[in-house]
Design a protein around this ligand. Structure first.
Ligand SMILES: [Zn+2]
Length: 266
């Protein structure tokens, strides 16, 4: 909203609009008269004319569009601002988006032994979800919650080396450090307590836990991060769920998503 990208408009009073058009139009014939001299000039003149026409039409659109005139920052309407693209690339590694680490003070345990933690709002909902599942005869077993960037380094480089995986191969299974949703404290890997052999396996999707999650997780503001065919190109992870039930978590995940050049709705 606050991007002031358009510098052509000194004020937003509509009286300026009438002046700009004739000036711009006068420029076009000027270049036109010179362009008979050389073919190169012709090309340049043509391009200049095209640019001028674009500016004029854009400006006319802006002037005639009857919205957002109360604010003195009308520039947002006319500039589509596709300037996000460079920052996407710099924030993405092998398909994984960058995430900051949750502050230590906001983390609370979700297991009795205190080993697995999540951010407070997520932890509360997760525990409520575990209870609800249990009363339906389903055991949701947390496997992994918050992870520091250091933890992720070991997972990515250490385990990758153990398994003789290149970074690209590793990235299909695990996020590079600084790029895991687990850093946020909102993500949790969930297993089925009655079938631990399916932990972190694609066949977790055949468990009662997964079926229960599919039917009920949204009620607790959890969603699957990497469904089949996700546009991030991350492999299918039916066990990996994230909390999207408050504005901070929503911004954490959806702002990042909207930065992607491809359409992410699915
Ligand atoms: Zn995970």
């Amino acid at each position: 909203m606050k991007k002031a990208g358009f510098s052509e408009k000194p004020q937003n009073s509509s009286s300026g609009a009438g002046d700009d058009i004739p000036v711009a139009l006068r420029d076009t014939p000027d270049t036109g008269s010179k362009l008979r001299v050389q073919p190169l000039v012709l090309v340049i003149g043509g391009l200049t004319g095209f640019v001028l026409l674009s500016v004029i039409s854009g400006f006319l659109f802006f002037v005639t569009a009857p919205k957002k005139t109360t604010d003195s920052l009308p520039s947002t309407g006319s500039v589509p601002a596709p300037t996000n693209s460079p920052s996407i690339d710099s924030n993405t590694i092998l398909g994984h988006l960058a995430y900051g680490e949750a502050p230590e003070s906001e983390l609370v345990p979700i297991t009795a032994d205190g080993r697995i933690k999540m951010r407070q709002a997520a932890a509360q909902k997760f525990q409520a979800m575990v209870q609800a599942a249990r009363s339906a005869g389903v055991i949701l077993a947390p496997i992994s919650g918050f992870r520091s960037v250091k933890d992720q380094e070991q997972l990515f480089f250490g385990v990758g080396a153990q398994r003789n995986q290149t970074p690209a191969q590793r990235a299909a299974l695990s996020a590079p450090p600084g790029h895991s949703e687990h850093h946020t404290g909102y993500a949790v890997d969930i297993g089925d307590g009655t079938v631990p052999a399916t932990n972190l396996q694609a066949n977790f999707e055949n468990t009662k836990a997964y079926q229960w999650l599919q039917a009920n997780a949204a009620r607790f503001s959890f969603e699957m991060s990497f469904p089949k065919g996700n546009t991030q190109g991350v492999s299918y992870e039916p066990w990996h769920w994230r909390f999207v039930g408050d504005s901070n978590s929503l911004e954490t995940f959806y702002k990042a998503r909207n930065l992607k050049p491809t359409n992410t709705t699915n």
